[in-house]
Ligand binder design. Sequence first.
Ligand SMILES: [Zn+2]
Length: 287
Amino acid sequence: MKLRQPHHAAPGDAAARRAARPVVAYRPDTLPPVDLAGLRARKARLTQRRSVVAAPRDAACIEVPAGAVFRIVCTGGPQVGDLNLWNARDLTERFYAGKTRALHGTHLSTGDRLWSSFPHLRPMATIIADSLDWYGFDADGASVHDVIGTRCDPYTARLLGGADYHQCCHSNLTRALAAARALDLDVAEGLVHDVLNVFMCTGFTADTHQYFMKASPVRPGDFLEFVAGIDLLVGLSACPGGDCSAEHSSDAAACHPLVIEVDTLPEGAEDDWQPPEPVPYDRSHGT
Ligand SMILES: [Zn+2]
């Protein structure tokens, strides 16, 4: 946090330095374009449905083949979900929230992509529908589906004076991944990563730019829908914060389940889906 009383006097040309023009670091129009109409047309052919439920204060994983649609649905009441994505064939390739934020902004919606970690940097999933897209940014500067927050976790909770709490999203995702792939708990924990905060309503305070959360506007029936670029293992935790209107990392909040639905082509149908390739950087790093 910046000092309210700086230790150093401003230089004489401080105003001129502050007046430098902001330049968007990564212009979205320089990214490969998204064919939303094509992705939506594909969705009409995906007539097989499976689903899994992330129980309150717990997480679930589900396999999603490349080219399938997956949809996170609010069913029981206002509830925030913490989403992790792994390449189903190589769990070390995973969602890169920080680079996704740099490319698309603090909060995601339709047309944005969830990019994977280095050395891959390819779109693991593309958002094709968002029933909360009407929310925009509110008077507090908040919006939904952020890639700012990391995930609630027992280490920070303990650091800040709480007791050991085992139903944080970090632990929920760790247990779910360990169970889905028969991994040791510590191996699974090392693969859990920063999330997309689905349905969570967050921003930065106007004065100190601190991360804040407020009651999610999500209601039963709301959904966020994606097309999987590559074969994915999708993990989702129903956050112990519930709608995240007050606190997380405790049993205080009302919590509800979240559903992940997966729509795929019927058995035996011909598929022309082309998974995106990793970025072809030569990886010599100047040596
Ligand atoms: Zn959480």
